[in-house]
Design a protein around this ligand. Sequence first.
Ligand code: HEM
Length: 147
Amino acid sequence: GKDKELIRNSWESLGKNKVPHGIVMFTRLFELDPELLSLFHYNIKDGSMQDCLSSPEFLDHVTKVMLVIDAAVSNLDDLNTLEEYLINLGRKHEAAGVKVQSFAVVGESLLYMLQCSLGPAYTATLRQAWLNMYSIVVAAMSSGWTK
Ligand code: HEM
């Protein structure tokens, strides 16, 4: 429907520049919740946000996150096909020390990145369409948590 079109069209250019957009998203995430920095172990102990954002491993993670979003956008018609993958991905994040509640602030950061890049094209309808897709992804990932 219309929501899927909004998501696909808005992702078309963003998805071609995954790393810069992912950096905007994670910069926002660490502003909103600086404690999340410490979950990236390759981040030097007590490293600054800048140290983390410029480490190659961290940039790999940024790319991984953007590729999952890309996969969700590509499979909008049948997000169920990603379910097993996302449950397993959730399991890995539990092991990495991530809390399910942190996905709310990840979602806020995703919306912030969309707002920054889309400008006037970032409408209430578009925001809601993205939130709906993101909720499905998070619900699947969250069901991977064992505790
Ligand atoms: C792996 C942290 C959010 C996708 C990892 C790893 C850590 C981590 C520590 C393992 C090391 C690495 O691969 O860099 C976090 C934190 C997050 C977060 C702290 C936010 C609170 C997300 C989100 C997605 C995602 C929202 C995608 C929707 C991935 C992928 C991997 C990964 C695809 C690789 C898993 C594998 O090895 O198979 N994450 N992550 N992450 N993360 Fe995240």
